[in-house]
Design a binder for this molecule. Structure first.
Ligand code: COA
Length: 155
């Protein structure tokens, strides 16, 4: 498995994984392209046997980094891929000077896997938005202080 920074050329494969993962809530290919290339965005992809099997995207503004998306193909889950993607983006954020502060995200209260993942990765609930999603579920707002990664050491 290889992790690398996403490029515009990854947009079709990311959009395909979006569709199987998020269905009607998937980003269109145009939205994916925007997310991969807009100012302040950072995106990494995981590639296995020449196939894109995961991706994650953040948007930075000042010292706040929003985790926009993270997804791993269903047959590749529970192998540490999402953790590796998140670590890579945290390194990027710290190394790029684009946010040594906090990472924020919103996740559906009905998404048990994602809630378990974020909790395992040190995110804490800081609020809720009632009936935020199309299916009527609440959004859980979670935050983590960015782990600053400099060179070989992690603080
Ligand atoms: C959430 C998601 C990205 C996790 O990806 P993953 O590659 O399976 O996660 P990892 O293997 O890195 O998991 C790291 C840790 O998180 C926790 N975790 C992850 N998935 C979990 C699950 N389904 N149930 C319980 N704990 C889970 C575990 O502690 C895990 O460590 P362990 O496997 O050693 O026990 C994946 O389930 C996914 O793509 N879901 C659909 C998309 C989505 O909902 N994204 C979030 C909203 S944008």
């Amino acid at each position: 498995m290889t992790l690398r920074v996403a490029t515009a050329a990854d947009a079709p494969a990311v959009a395909a994984l979006e569709r199987v993962t998020f269905g009607v809530d998937a980003w269109s290919e145009g939205s994916v392209l925007e997310e991969l290339t807009a100012p302040g965005r950072r995106a990494v992809v995981a590639v296995e046997a020449d196939e894109l099997v995961g991706y994650a995207v953040t948007a930075s503004s000042g010292d706040v980094v929003d985790l926009q998306r993270i997804a791993v193909r269903s047959d590749q889950r529970r192998r540490g891929l999402a953790r590796a993607l998140l670590d890579a983006l945290t390194t990027e954020a710290a190394g790029g000077g684009g946010g040594g502060g906090r990472m924020l995200l919103e996740v559906s209260a009905a998404n048990d896997a994602a809630l378990a993942f974020y909790t395992a990765e040190g995110f804490e609930e800081i609020g809720r938005r009632r009936r935020y999603y199309r299916d009527g579920s609440d959004a859980v707002v979670m935050q983590r202080r960015c782990r600053l990664v400099t060179g070989e050491g992690r603080g």
